[in-house]
Design a protein around this ligand. Sequence first.
Ligand code: PBG
Length: 333
Amino acid sequence: MQPRFAPFPAARPRRLRQAPWVRDLVRETVLTPADLIWPMFVIDGVNGEEPIPSMPGVSRLTVDRIVEQARRAADLGIPCVALFPYTDPAKKTPGAEEAWNPDNLVNTATRAIKQAVPNMGVLLDVALDPYNSDGHDGIVRDGVILNDETLAALEKQAIAQAEAGCDIQGPSDMMDGRVGVIRAAMEARGFQDVMIMSYAVKYASAYYGPFRDAVGASGALKGDKKTYQMDPANTDEALREAAMDLEEGADMIMVKPGMPYLDVCRRVKDAFGAPTYAYQVSGEYAMIEGAIRAGWLDGDKVVLETLMAFKRAGCDGILTYHAARAAELLAIK
Ligand code: PBG
């Protein structure tokens, strides 16, 4: 049935915008703190904080301080945090063995959060880049990123993370077949309820620069990630990637970066109807925060407008470094 609309003046779209109560009544999309996942960076030590220059307002935190922030997240109604490590360069190796150390930074922080704030969801990346002396997400030999050898390492990493209590594995490495390997490993070891949020559609993006500073991978990285991360020009390929990951057992899928790829979010959501998330990445945060700090944008307004855009594009949730600020704003509204 074709909807029919009266012409002006019978139809006056401004009627529905005339007052806050009617704007509230006709609003199509809602943003709540429950839509947010808050990424954090973990460092060694006690009661310590290290500001990240390319992400103003974001610091690397010691485990005790991470637990404090997880409590704050719970108080704000944020359901899940994502943890990333700043690994001591001395612990980085070509085999990235630190990735499956049961006592590495993210596993230690996960155990601490699960003990102190049991109802907080914990999402951990499955990828080797914070642990790899080559700075790549996979194992490198003669300049080539090896797919199947990397799968064996990712499997060990995912098992250690499940044993530490992580709720959601976030394979962010873009190796082919990794979701199937992680899902099988979880099933085989009694971790059948551990979820997988696959970074199914991850582009080779310049917007990850500040994150690589935050985890200390920028210096190590040789070359670029274009042989495994996607070409920003492609969207049919995004659907193939998402389809493969869902078939291999992903429970949720992610598109990354976020705002420059809202068209991809919409296509993926429409094609599969699966729980779909976007990662508003470090470079997006840096751009927005930079403009706010320069006084060029109204921070409170732009943060909420930006996050709402993801919901409008079909996302069920957003990973954002603005999670706490947004949740605080939503609590006041
Ligand atoms: C690592 C990983 C990256 C991000 C999340 N996991 C960077 C990369 O692939 O180089 C980026 C997050 C951000 O920029 O905020 N596999």
